[in-house]
Design a protein around this ligand. Structure first.
Ligand code: ATP
Ligand code: MG
Length: 560
């Protein structure tokens, strides 16, 4: 077993979040209740990093008999959209999870406003009219203390009056803000009188034009957790410095004591994982949309042919880390390959066709062969594959002058056609330039698969299709979207590292049963890889996305 797998099997039993929860259950904190939340900001589509957070939040709740809220963190009116809300709900459910409550941080705007009033009344918040430059100067640096704003000691009455007028739209954006009055010399910069409300004359996707002041993240997130009585608020490491403020707000507002816990965000090789960057790829046309099969979004992965099971398995295997790391994308590919090997029906598709004429097979005759849909699945059943005098095999499966251990077609050599007959290559037909145009072969009559009495042993088995019945299909072969392993660490703009060859479109010749495939249905094209039918397909032209090749590169990486 590789290092990674070993580690994750141990972690699988109990990650550090689960250990904390078990301790809380043991001590009876929150009366044995576990309530987590998944809090996406509806400003983009979910990606595989979010899947990690979803699996963790919903996973621990399930494990300890608890539940999970879906909460849209929609406090920034400018970037949010209902299109994103719908896609997020769809993606969470597709991953296999169901929330108990659907909430919106914007539903708490009245609540949060009252919380702000409460802080002002306690002398713990004030309205500041400094310019942003002045504020930046007074903030200090990590090594130098900050200085107090001249507005810091306004009276409660004056602060209340100004804050209400902020709310009533009497002031322009950027002229007034509400700050918590904490400590301008704190070693934690976030505690130096953080901004908790700002003016923004923006239309909100849910509250419309009701508000022109909006709470900052730090004055919305913890409070929303508390309003919902979340017991374990799990977020990523960059929020560690915010925890002190999270606790300060809850303590001073005297509200439900939710607690924040941090884990490492998922980073993947050859991948960008920030919605802002993904949005750029979409807007600037590097990809066809959020669901482009090269995108690390859940919708992209789904369209590419990933299954929820494979994504959950991946999240499980990587475990829950406390330090940032970069996970090899081939582990994700390994997980989908493993799952599809079990569930995907096998089909034959030839991409570089070489015509083979079976000279001793009657012209016009079509014989039906039966082929197992999936040798890994005893209940997978059989399908019919037509066999006739003219078939296609891969050009790569023929060598005129074969090397020593070449067991495919060559002059005089025999191979088995999968689920059909053994054939022998008798003659090579070439054009004027000497290029091979077809092969003349003969078949061994009593060698049919399942009823082979020929006694002939051949080493090579080839996939093939009957020429007359073959369906030309479009195949989209995807490669990594980026050329460098660690895109975030690479020099220059991330778009400088885009792989120009991340999509190759080729034509394949498919066995006719693929006509009946449904959009999203997954197959193994034998000896080629895993593919799924894309929604761009029409009755005239089927389009398949290559999900992943057959070759396991992860095994090699892990064995190193
Ligand atoms: P991005 O930087 O991609 O926009 P975000 O953190 O701003 O991500 P949110 O919508 O705020 O996106 O995230 C919702 C939840 O998903 C948060 O709890 C966040 O910590 C978590 N999350 C986001 N990205 C990752 C990641 N790469 N790995 C693990 N969890 C993540
Ligand atoms: Mg965010």
């Amino acid at each position: 077993m590789s290092e990674i797998t070993k580690e994750s099997t141990e972690e699988k039993s109990r990650n550090f979040i689960e250990q904390i929860i078990e301790e809380d259950l043991r001590t009876g904190k929150h009366g044995g209740r576990v309530l987590t939340r998944f809090p996406p900001e509806p400003n983009g589509y979910l990606h595989i990093g979010h899947a990690k957070s979803i699996c963790l939040n919903f996973g621990v709740a399930q494990r300890y008999g608890g539940a999970t809220n879906l909460r849209f963190d929609d406090t920034n009116p400018v970037t949010e959209d209902t299109e994103y809300v719908d896609s997020i709900k769809n993606d969470v459910q597709w991953l296999g999870f169901q929330w108990v409550n659907e909430f919106y941080a914007s539903d708490y705007f009245d609540h949060l406003y009252e919380f702000a009033i409460k802080l002002i009344n306690k002398g713990l918040a004030y309205v500041d009219e400094s310019t942003s430059e002045q504020m930046a100067t007074m903030k200090g640096t990590p090594t130098e203390p900050g200085t107090n704003s001249p507005y810091r000691d306004r009276s409660v009455e004056e602060n209340l009056d100004l804050f209400v007028r902020m709310k009533n739209g009497e002031f322009a954006e950027g002229t007034h803000i509400l700050r918590a009055k904490i400590d301008m010399v704190s070693s934690n910069m976030i505690m130096r009188d953080p901004i908790i409300y700002r003016i923004k004359f923006a239309h909100h996707h849910r509250t419309g034009d009701k508000w022109c002041i909006y709470p900052m993240y730090d004055f919305a997130h913890g409070q929303s957790d508390s309003i919902e009585e979340i017991t374990h608020s799990i977020c990523t490491l960059e929020f560690i410095p915010h925890r002190e403020l999270y606790d300060w707000c809850i303590e001073n507002l005297e509200i439900f004591p939710s607690k924040q816990y941090e884990f490492a965000r998922l980073n993947l090789t050859y991948t960008v994982m920030s919605k802002r960057k993904l949005l750029q790829l979409v807007q600037e046309g590097y990809v066809t949309g959020w669901d482009d099969p090269r995108m690390p979004t859940i919708s992209g992965l789904r369209r590419r042919g990933f299954t929820p099971e494979s994504i959950r398995e991946f999240c499980d295997r990587i475990g829950v880390a406390r330090r940032d790391n970069l996970i090899d994308v081939s582990l994700l590919e390994f997980c989908i390959r493993e799952h599809l090997n079990k569930v995907a029906a096998r089909r034959m598709v030839v991409v570089g066709p070489l015509k083979v004429v079976i000279t001793n097979f009657p012209e016009g005759k079509v014989e039906i062969c039966h082929s197992e849909n999936n040798p890994e699945d005893p209940e997978g059943g059989m399908r019919e594959v037509p066999f006739s005098r003219e078939i296609y095999v891969e050009q790569d499966d023929f060598m005129e002058v074969p090397s020593k251990k070449y067991f495919r077609l060559a002059p005089g050599q025999m191979v088995r056609l999968k689920s059909a007959y053994i054939i022998r290559c008798d003659e090579v037909v070439k054009d004027e330039e000497g290029k091979v145009t077809s092969l003349l072969c003969s078949y061994i009559e009593n060698s049919k698969s399942g009823n082979d009495t020929s006694g002939i042993n051949v080493k090579g088995t080839l996939h093939w299709v009957s020429a007359a019945q073959a369906l030309p299909v479009e195949i989209r072969q995807y490669d990594r979207l980026f050329k460098v392993e660690d895109v975030a660490a690479a020099e220059g703009d991330f778009k400088d590292h885009i792989n120009p060859d991340s999509l190759q479109v080729i034509t394949g010749y498919a066995e006719p049963v693929l006509k009946e495939a449904d959009v999203g249905e997954k197959f193994q094209f034998m000896r080629k890889g895993y593919f799924c039918l894309d929604a761009d397909s029409t009755p005239e032209k089927l389009v398949f996305n290559r999900t992943v090749g057959l070759k396991d590169t992860w095994g090699k990486v892990a064995a190193k």
